[in-house]
Design a protein around this ligand. Structure first.
Ligand code: FPP
Length: 236
């Protein structure tokens, strides 16, 4: 499951409080959703906390967001549970203490097998694909890869997080219906769910509702829907 946690700013504006307060409320909503993911046994949860496009925001808001992500990681709540924390994104421009916290907690939790919780911080999907292209080009120049035989499977091994599985359900709150450069490689076959409520109003029950709606969908990966059952020997 991957989530674009949208609507923090509008939630705050509706209440006449700062956007930073909205992000803080969003952080609390996320903590509850992580608990819900653990309770239901979800194996992978990936969230979009800060995109490469978010640098266009006012510097005070950027600082509030990066501080908050760091505080959530350093409060070590996830260490009390079977959570493997991972980071997707680039260190470029991020405060060093945030990079240190992300790397440190990734390392601390690397052997855990419960929920893999991937936070995308300073993440851009196209940048990730460009990085993979660069890495495979270097491998080709070094003679480790035959450029004539590059398969999808092989390219995926050069992604920054090669073991991040395909997304089954991509959920975006906040009413917009787009995926905004989030996990383009991993989401090509994802089911999409768009809900109108703002992220800070979400809790674990919304996660469970999202999963229930996913379970009712029929996934075909390009195949035809199953036809009616015909008696043996009869052709459709
Ligand atoms: C989009 O809302 C939300 C973000 C840019 C940040 C989301 C981050 C969190 C909820 C906290 C993450 C915390 C951890 C520990 C990973 P918006 O500001 O674009 O809202 P708007 O569309 O209403 O303006």
């Amino acid at each position: 499951m991957a989530i674009v946690m949208d609507g923090n700013g509008r939630w705050a504006t509706d209440r006449g409080i700062s956007r930073a307060e909205g992000h803080r409320a969003g952080g609390r909503a996320l903590a509850d959703v992580v608990q819900g993911a653990l309770e239901i046994g979800l194996s992978h949860l990936t969230v979009y906390a800060f995109s490469t496009e978010n640098w266009k925001r006012a510097s005070a808001e950027v600082a509030a967001l990066t501080d908050m992500v760091r505080e959530h990681i350093e409060d070590e709540e996830h260490l009390r549970y079977d959570v493997r924390l991972r980071w997707a994104g680039s260190p470029d421009g991020l405060p060093l203490d945030l990079v240190d916290a992300l790397v440190h907690h990734e390392h601390l939790t690397r052997h855990r097998t419960g929920l893999t919780f991937t936070v995308c911080v300073n993440y851009g999907g196209r940048a990730e694909l460009a990085q993979a292209a660069g890495a495979i080009a270097r491998a080709a120049v070094a003679g480790q890869v035959d450029p004539a035989r590059i398969s999808e499977h092989q390219l995926a091994r050069y992604l920054p997080l090669p073991d991040l599985p395909d997304v089954d359900l991509l959920w975006r709150t906040g009413g917009e219906r787009r995926t905004s450069n989030f996990l383009p490689w991993q989401s090509t076959y994802a089911e999409l769910l768009f809900t109108d409520g703002y992220w800070p109003d979400v809790d674990r029950r919304d996660l469970w509702r999202a999963m229930t709606s996913y379970a009712q969908r029929q996934r075909r990966y390009g195949a035809a829907p199953p036809g009616p059952q015909l008696p043996p020997g009869q052709r459709p």
